[in-house]
Design a binder for this molecule. Structure first.
Ligand code: ADP
Ligand code: MG
Ligand code: MG
Length: 632
């Protein structure tokens, strides 16, 4: 997403006063945009990935690996090419929350050619190379979901101390210097979320109760400068965190695709929603928080809590104040309502929205499902407002709408076309933890895009009640969920709904293996459907070979024959000679694992338990001319 750079961010007090203004105009902007673009048809499939990286500084003499807080400097360099030739670059670089993070996307979205599946990985490799050119000799970029010692002493370069009594985050552990300084959005979000909430965010993750973890596990927070407020909310036997950076400082992998029209976008949004928790389990890569091994494998709820701006009243902890109402969820979370007609009857969680806004949308010709979705997004206050953004022309601008939309971080995002652009209605798939290698990340991206094609071509129906999807999200981050959890899933996804069946009869509990690979006579499996789709597709030999390898990886992960990144990390930690069965990640463990991670990413070391033996594909930098010519 492009970020506006002009102007100054307003204080929370000012933003709060103007929040109604932003919402009022944001809704009008959406209505205007909808009226102009609802009938837009015939957009072709385009899609693209977003990969987030962290920059690590290794010190091989002292055996340390730290977060290098140089992304601002590095990005300035990386963006020079784009500034000189915006449409000619192979990749785009963008800031992210951490001062050690960078994000990249392909220079142009990929199109509908099957041969595009074969250039994703090469493009990802190219990005690493391009970034490497801007790094200092000891710096490396890695795709790693959460830095193992994020928020531990001496974990950044330069070293920087937390400031519990001043600054944006007020964390006992994490310095504000770890927040990207080059754009005011990030620090403003951190400040305003904390101020709106009325206290610091609270994140408690159950610790992995290894033999030598004391019972109860409880840290001396007063010694870190706590005034008692953290001590009160930090749970026993949990790793406690208190800042936005602990969540938004995690790296993820996202995929966006363009639909041919708004209906198709709504269908894709709905159909992929029940699949999000399955991908949480399958891509789980995040078992460690603040230097401790924990009992969860994925980042999802950590981020959700890290940006939970609800007041105590809104969270139901104390009587409501004036203008407050109870809000069930954080602004980061699972999709809470389906958007397609088919999805309507599965919307079984109470959706909060403003009746007046809802009515305004209905009065302007927007149907109930879309109206309630948009009205629900707009229950959230604006938490970052720039002085230059205040007055907009609601006929042409959509910044106020985007302001609210882009701070509703849901498992799927429904993206309207930007005004005056060639871009169509899109959906974004957002649950995945990022994987170590380009091979894995490309595999996931291609798999998700293929799944979206199969859903549309075969008219699949994956819908189950949204409350069950929500329950699945909790299961998806559990330790080793791929092998030990069952997920609610629709039993028959290929035929149209049997009207004699009740909704409860339509779904059952399945393992990830059954959902992906199928179960004889019981469930068809998504992979066999993808394979059948591919067999009917005109696809060149190299692309075919690459895609086969990608699908194999996913099949094996789902079947538990290959480890998830989270399981692999657990094993690295618990078998490390320096590990004392105390759930602690020492500097040495951190260094050794990140070295290994880097070597695996660059292919210097193989890792069959994670990747199998077939980790190279036939990926190429561009679609071969013969293929381009053949379709002309
Ligand atoms: P976000 O809103 O999540 O910041 P961006 O709009 O920056 O996302 O882009 C996300 C992804 O969408 C990128 O991978 C980009 O290549 C891809 N993308 C860009 N244009 C289109 C399009 N017309 N259709 C589908 N994907 C697109
Ligand atoms: Mg991002
Ligand atoms: Mg995105």
């Amino acid at each position: 997403m492009g970020l506006l750079t002009e102007g100054e961010p307003l204080s929370w007090e000012e933003t709060k006063k103007l929040s109604e203004h932003v919402k009022k105009h944001g809704i009008i902007q959406f209505i205007n945009l909808y009226k102009k673009l609802r009938d837009r048809q015939g957009d072709v499939l385009k899609w693209g990935d977003e990969v987030e990286y962290m920059i690590i500084k290794f010190d091989d003499n002292n055996k340390t690996a730290k977060l290098s807080l140089r992304s601002d400097e590095i990005l300035a360099k990386l963006n020079e090419k784009e500034e000189a030739d915006p449409s000619g670059v192979k990749c785009l670089w963008r800031p992210e929350f951490g001062a050690y993070m960078i994000e990249s996307t392909p220079g142009q979205p990929y199109g509908g050619l099957s041969a595009h599946f074969n250039i994703v990985e090469a493009n990802m490799k190219y990005r690493r190379q391009e970034a490497m050119e801007q790094l200092q000799p000891n710096e490396r970029i890695i795709t790693f979901t959460n830095f193992l010692r994020l928020g531990c002493p001496n974990s950044t370069d330069p070293t920087s101390k937390p400031t519990p009594n001043s600054g944006y985050q007020r964390s006992l552990f994490l310095s504000d210097d770890a927040v990207f300084p080059g754009h005011p959005r990030f620090k403003t979000l951190a400040t305003n979320i904390r101020q709106r909430r009325g206290e610091k965010v609270i994140i408690n993750v159950p610790i992995y109760k290894d033999e030598n973890v004391p019972s109860p596990f409880r840290e001396d927070l007063r010694a870190l400068g706590d005034d008692g407020s953290s001590e009160k909310v930090a749970k026993d036997d949990h790793v406690y965190m208190d800042a936005m950076g602990f969540g938004m400082g995690c790296c993820c992998l996202q995929v966006t695709f363009q639909a041919s029209n708004i209906q198709e976008a709504r269908t894709l949004y709905d159909q992929l929603t029940p699949f999000c928790p399955i991908m949480l389990a399958l891509t789980a890569a995040c078992p460690v928080y603040r230097g401790h091994l924990t009992d969860i494998d994925g980042r999802w709820f950590v981020i959700s809590n890290s940006v939970d701006c609800r007041t105590r009243g809104e969270r139901g902890l104390e009587p409501l104040k004036e203008n407050e109402r109870k809000i069930r969820t954080s602004r980061y979370g699972a999709v809470e309502s389906y958007l397609s007609e088919q999805g309507a009857k599965y919307n079984d969680v109470p959706l909060l929205y403003d009746e007046e806004v809802f009515k305004q949308l209905l009065d302007n010709g927007i149907d109930r499902l879309l109206a309630q979705h948009v009205a629900h997004l707009f229950i959230r206050d604006c938490v970052c407002l720039m002085s230059t953004q205040l007055d907009q022309d609601d006929e042409v601008d959509t910044n106020h709408f985007e302001n609210i939309q882009s701070t509703n971080w849901q498992s799927m995002r429904f993206k309207p076309p930007p005004p005056n652009s060639s871009i169509g209605w899109r959906v974004e798939f957002r649950p995945c933890d990022v994987q170590l290698t380009d091979f894995e990340n490309a595999a996931l991206v291609c798999f998700i895009v293929l799944l979206s094609r199969v859903i549309l071509s075969y008219n699949l129906n994956l819908l189950i009640p949204i409350s069950k999807v929500e329950e699945n999200m909790t299961r998806g981050v559990k330790r080793d969920a791929v092998n030990t959890e069952k997920f609610w899933f629709r039993k028959d996804i290929t035929s149209t709904a049997d009207k004699s069946q009740s909704i409860e009869e339509e779904y059952g509990e399945f393992t990830v293996n059954e959902i992906i690979n199928g179960k004889d006579g019981v469930f068809v499996g998504l992979m066999p459907l993808i394979v059948s789709y591919l067999n009917n597709m005109n696809i060149d030999a190299d692309t075919h070979c690459t895609v086969q390898r990608y699908l194999k990886l996913i099949q094996k992960r789902a079947a538990g024959k290959l480890m998830t990144t989270a399981s692999w990390l657990r094993k690295q930690i618990t078998t490390h000679p320096d590990y004392k069965k105390d759930a602690k990640i020492t500097e040495q463990i951190n260094y050794d694992i990140l070295k290994k991670v880097y070597d695996i990413q660059t292919g210097v070391q193989s890792c069959p338990e994670l990747l199998g033996f077939c980790t190279t594909s036939k990926t190429t930098e561009s679609v071969p001319t013969a293929i381009v010519n053949a379709i002309k």
